[in-house]
Design a protein around this ligand. Structure first.
Ligand SMILES: Nc1nc2c(ncn2[C@@H]2O[C@H](COP(=O)(O)OP(=O)(O)OP(=O)(O)O)[C@@H](O)[C@H]2O)c(=O)[nH]1
Ligand SMILES: [Mg+2]
Length: 352
């Protein structure tokens, strides 16, 4: 089998966590699987790909562009995975992306007819987003939340561990009623619940290849995309003392970004903070919005004396504001911890 699927879904919905959990599940059950992270930035390994690698996943990345626009590069990558015995490859698209059904599924089919078995086009959604869509409070980004789901052959309601069974059932019913062409499955990438059902849906299901009208490039698209920007900072830091706590350091940066972004009247749907030291110990913290608890997803086991850091994520604000806030937070917190920072690369750019 040479199955390929795209995981779409808004920033922070759990695409990377699900790809990691799913590919490990499939490989452990006799169907080798691999994942491609499609974070945006030029020429560096970004947080999702490094994190997946540190966690032992069969993972690579495409970062120069959205996979929508690089069919040939994607095809080459897929071929190398299939030669290596993979039966399923999953790639995400940037969390504010839409249009991958047309650009990736139809693009691959037109350029490489019969070469890939396309699994259902899959869209992850978390309960918080369902709640916003249901209550009509999804604000300026409504077009993105809704259009992603309109593209779905398979909707994956993730983070079901955060809600009760009854609420999960209600959310799944609402999704099925409002996006009637999609099948809905419920999972928790955090606990692993639902992986068998998800794997079966991908291996047994097929892409519909329908072409929904999503107003790609139109005024609603431009309005929502015009709000989004992308940022990354990569640096190295030398620590002065032997009691440096990398976990507290990352958390402090995240909390400062949260506070400063709030004060700037902006939003930051997802910032990923990843740091590692030469022996391979690492820490990962996720800031998901300014009104939620910062999440510690992996802790340094020991104090360290030297770290490399990648901070990357997406803001609902001008690129300059995100740059100022995140770079400023990294610099200020580094000073507080007596770190000597050497910045290797930084990028901040708007999506329109
Ligand atoms: N409670 C809970 N948290 C989850 C689950 N899946 C993911 N998360 C957390 O949600 C946050 C975002 O998850 P990611 O997998 O990085 O989300 P993403 O969709 O890849 O985000 P982008 O790369 O920004 O588009 C992380 O802190 C995860 O640990 C889940 O099933 N339950
Ligand atoms: Mg991700």
């Amino acid at each position: 089998m040479k199955k390929f699927t795209v995981f779409s879904g808004f920033l922070g919905s759990g695409k990377t966590t699900t790809m990691m959990r799913l590919t490990k599940y499939c490989t452990a059950n006799g169907h080798k699987a691999a994942m491609i992270s499609n974070d945006l930035g030029h020429g560096v390994a970004l947080a999702d790909n490094r994190f997946a690698g540190f966690c032992g996943c069969d993972a690579s990345q495409i970062t120069d562009d959205c996979i929508c626009y690089v069919n040939e590069q994607l095809a080459e990558r897929l071929d190398s995975y299939y030669v290596d015995g993979c039966e399923l490859v999953v790639s995400d698209i940037p969390g504010f992306g839409v249009g991958a059904l047309e650009h990736v599924y139809h693009g691959l089919t037109e350029k490489f007819p019969g070469q890939y078995e396309l699994a259902p086009f899959t869209v992850l959604v978390e309960p918080k987003t369902v709640e916003m869509l249901r209550s009509g409070t999804s604000g300026d980004l409504k077009y993105l939340y809704d259009t992603q789901l309109v593209e779905a052959d398979l909707i994956v309601l993730n983070k079901c561990d955060l809600i009760g069974e009854e609420q999960a059932e209600k959310d799944a019913e609402w999704l099925a009623e409002n996006y009637p062409l999609a099948k809905v499955v419920r999972i928790s990438a955090a606990t692993g619940d639902g992986m068998e059902e998800l794997a079966n849906a991908l291996f047994e299901g097929k892409a519909s290849m329908r072409r929904p009208e999503i107003g790609y490039g139109g005024s609603d698209f431009a309005f929502a995309m015009g709000k989004m920007c992308e940022y990354y900072l990569q640096y190295h830091a030398v620590v002065c003392c032997n009691d440096f706590d990398g976990n507290a350091y990352l958390l402090d940066i995240a909390e400062k970004v949260k506070k400063d972004i709030r004060e700037a009247g902006c939003a930051i749907p997802h910032l990923k903070l990843l740091a590692w030291e030469p022996e391979g110990d690492f820490g990962r913290v996720d800031l998901i919005g300014t009104d939620r608890e910062t999440e510690v997803n992996h802790r340094f086991a020991r104090p360290c004396t030297e770290i490399a850091v990648i901070l990357n994520g997406s803001g609902e604000c001008p690129a300059g504001t995100l740059d100022e806030v995140v770079t400023g937070a990294a610099e200020e917190v580094s000073k507080k911890y007596d770190l000597e920072m050497t910045i290797h690369k930084k990028e901040a750019f708007g999506m329109m």
